[in-house]
Design a protein around this ligand. Structure first.
Ligand code: SF4
Length: 336
């Protein structure tokens, strides 16, 4: 299988293909009575190219983190499928599953929580190498130092002996990124990687990820609620709402010509906040996201949508339309 993998890696096919992916979580009362399912991810399809940088954007609870965790293999899909480099991830086991786990790095939101407090940096970075069978100590040391240099924490021995509590938030996140790199992955999933950092280091970390992505030709998937900064690091955007992708396009195209009313509301709210130079972020857009236990029928955005058409939007689920070239939007307004 490794020879086939090498051949596949040369191909121009997408690195990741996701089709009709569903990740539902069963809710039970008293531990046994099934009362329903939270449809965190509900019918999501997309491809990610090799070396592409994308952002999954949406409000809290839209399903973007559940999607990330499903891609990482931390949640088992309820339905649909994920293919990575041509292999169906749900079918992988043993060494093949280990290969997949080494191929997809993870940068968590909370760097301090992501790092074991009782390990120094050398041990934190060595552990995934040991787990994945890199037995040669010199090779481990080489890879650790390379990863630290890539995240601008090396060279030098001082950092290797530090424990997480001795590092700043920015340094901790650099160690998390180094840990994601040390297995030389083909893709990194970064879940809100700067939301818990001081404003002063956010740009540095985003620039760092973008540079590493470019130098290594990595596929980079950002999970974020912040549409205002994606232009700086993403090639393509997927906007998520209530467990689904409602709009997708290249970043400039989407930001300059948003088609879906939800995306338009998100962008209008950013403009409002900028214009007022205000610190508050109003309820954006007005109203609450729906319950994923009982999502609304038809278009899930219809209870909040200023353009909702009675008898259509509240009844029929919109498919994806292409109102502009290579720009998809799940909205009945684009039906021709
Ligand atoms: Fe609004 Fe209808 Fe479009 Fe949904 S399908 S976003 S409710 S106009």
């Amino acid at each position: 299988m490794s020879t086939e993998r090498a051949a596949s890696a040369e191909s121009t096919s997408p690195l990741v293909s996701v089709r009709d992916l569903r990740t539902w979580f069963e809710l039970r009362q008293w531990g046994f009575l099934r009362v329903g399912s939270v449809r965190a991810v509900d019918g999501v399809s997309f491809d990610l190219g090799r070396g592409e940088s994308v952002a999954f954007v949406g409000e809290s609870g839209c399903g973007k983190s559940s999607l990330a965790r499903t891609l990482l293999g931390l949640h088992r899909p309820t339905g649909g499928e994920v293919s990575f480099d041509g292999y169906r991830v749900q079918d992988l086991a043993g060494r093949d599953l280990q290969w997949y786990r080494a191929s997809v790095g993870y940068v968590q939101q909370d760097p301090y929580g992501a790092l074991p407090p009782f390990m120094d940096v050398r041990r934190i970075l060595a552990e995934p190498l040991v787990v994945h069978g890199v037995t040669d100590r010199a090779e481990r040391e080489r890879r650790i130092r390379r990863a630290l240099e890539e995240v601008r924490l090396g060279p030098g021995d001082a950092i290797l002996d530090q424990f997480p509590h001795m590092l700043s938030g920015g340094q901790q996140q650099r160690v998390v990124i180094a840990r994601a790199l040390v297995l030389e992955p083909a893709m990194i999933i970064a879940d809100e990687p700067v939301s818990m950092l001081d404003a002063s280091v956010r740009v540095e970390i985003l620039n760092l990820l973008r540079r590493i992505q470019s130098e290594r030709s990595l596929t980079l998937a950002f999970i974020t609620h912040d549409l205002s900064t994606v232009r700086h690091y993403a090639d393509r955007i997927f906007v998520m709402y209530a467990g689904r992708i409602v709009e997708q396009a290249q970043v400039d195209e989407l930001l300059e010509h948003p088609q879906h009313p939800y995306t338009q509301a998100l962008l209008a709210a950013i403009a409002d906040v900028d214009a007022a130079n205000a610190r508050r972020v109003r309820d954006v857009p007005a109203g609450e996201p729906p319950s994923l236990l009982h999502p609304p029928p038809g278009c899930r955005f219809h209870p909040r949508c200023p353009h909702a058409m009675a008898g259509t939007c509240d009844v029929r689920d919109p498919g994806m339309f292409e109102p502009r070239r290579d720009h998809l939007s799940a909205c009945w307004l684009h039906e021709r």
